[in-house]
Design a protein around this ligand. Structure first.
Ligand SMILES: C[S@@+](CC[C@H](N)C(=O)[O-])C[C@H]1O[C@@H](n2cnc3c(N)ncnc32)[C@H](O)[C@@H]1O
Length: 276
């Protein structure tokens, strides 16, 4: 009898983990359903030079990046490619969902012309997600809040009124909430923000540690009309998925363990020290 009560007690004790695991299984099953619908479990890949060749981009490919290697920011390769692409298409208006500490917006601002206008959207201070993780409000947009051409917007992307921003942006970077629902929502927003056929959408965390993030992939595929799926690719050597009506590349798939032919030089030095 005592053992029975103990077992029931344990079920209650571990119910949170149990529900969480069941939820993960349920989500996984649903995501597989979305992907099976399109018969896609991986995006075709393009290399950076495939993409740069589309533009009359004559500058060298040197980009200067700043980072603090803190939690939640993007890795340096993704900042590099975002800046390089934005520069190649000569972006004059850039929109980002997911400001965090403002480093992605900061690096775009510093590598593009001073005239480039950058809009970056993040959840407001009273959002339950901020309360849940106990994140101090002042870290949001920390690195870009004093830059004149970076405009920090505060709103949950599901409630965002995009009317004043429609059809203006050369590039939209989606890096907010990475669940299926939000990625789909943010993708639909991005499509409305794009200026023309040359404009680009970039999604972060399409790959996580080299594996496809099914939440992001299914959000993309359900957000972009099926007839346009042929324009969506993974940028090889990055965690980014990219879309533009201009993209019509032949389908390539690299092995996860391939040594890439394109290599990069990164020289690192201290940006600032404590007290400086
Ligand atoms: C991974 S961080 C962004 C990192 C940043 N783009 C970078 O590369 O340095 C994700 C950000 O998305 C924001 N976010 C989460 N849910 C959101 C939502 N529903 N609407 C807008 N922003 C959201 C989070 O508050 C967080 O600041």
């Amino acid at each position: 009898m005592f053992n029975k009560i103990k077992k029931i007690g344990n079920i209650f004790k571990y119910r949170k983990q149990l529900f969480s695991s069941l939820n993960t299984l349920y989500m996984e099953e649903n995501l597989n359903k979305f992907l099976n619908k399109y018969g896609i479990d991986k995006l075709p890949e393009i290399e950076i030079f495939d993409l740069l060749e589309l533009y009359t981009y004559k500058n060298d490919n040197a980009i200067k990046l700043k980072t603090d290697f803190s939690t939640g920011i993007s890795p340096i390769n993704d900042y590099y490619f975002l800046c390089l692409i934005a520069k190649a298409i000569n972006a004059v208006k850039y929109f980002e969902i997911g400001t965090w500490v403002g480093l992605s917006a900061f690096n775009i601002a510093k590598n593009l012309d001073k005239e480039t206008e950058i809009y970056s959207l993040d959840i407001p201070a009273d959002h339950p997600e901020i309360a849940l993780f106990n994140i101090p409000n002042e870290i949001f947009g920390y690195y870009s809040k004093d830059l004149k051409n970076v405009h920090l917007l505060k709103c949950d992307s599901k409630k965002f009124d995009l009317t004043p921003y429609k059809k203006q942006f050369d590039m939209v970077f989606i890096d907010g909430n990475h669940t299926y629902d939000y990625v789909k929502n943010d993708t639909k927003i991005a499509l409305e923000l794009l200026k023309d056929e040359n404009s680009i959408i970039a999604w972060h965390d399409y790959l996580i540690l080299g594996d496809v993030n099914k939440n992001v992939l299914s959000g993309i595929l359900d957000g972009i009309p099926e007839s346009e799926h042929k324009h969506v690719y993974n940028l090889y050597q990055s965690n980014l998925a990219l879309y533009s009506k201009k993209f019509n590349f032949s389908k390539k798939y690299f092995d996860k363990w391939n040594i890439p032919e394109i290599k990069f030089l990164i020289e690192t030095k201290l940006w600032s020290q404590k007290g400086s």
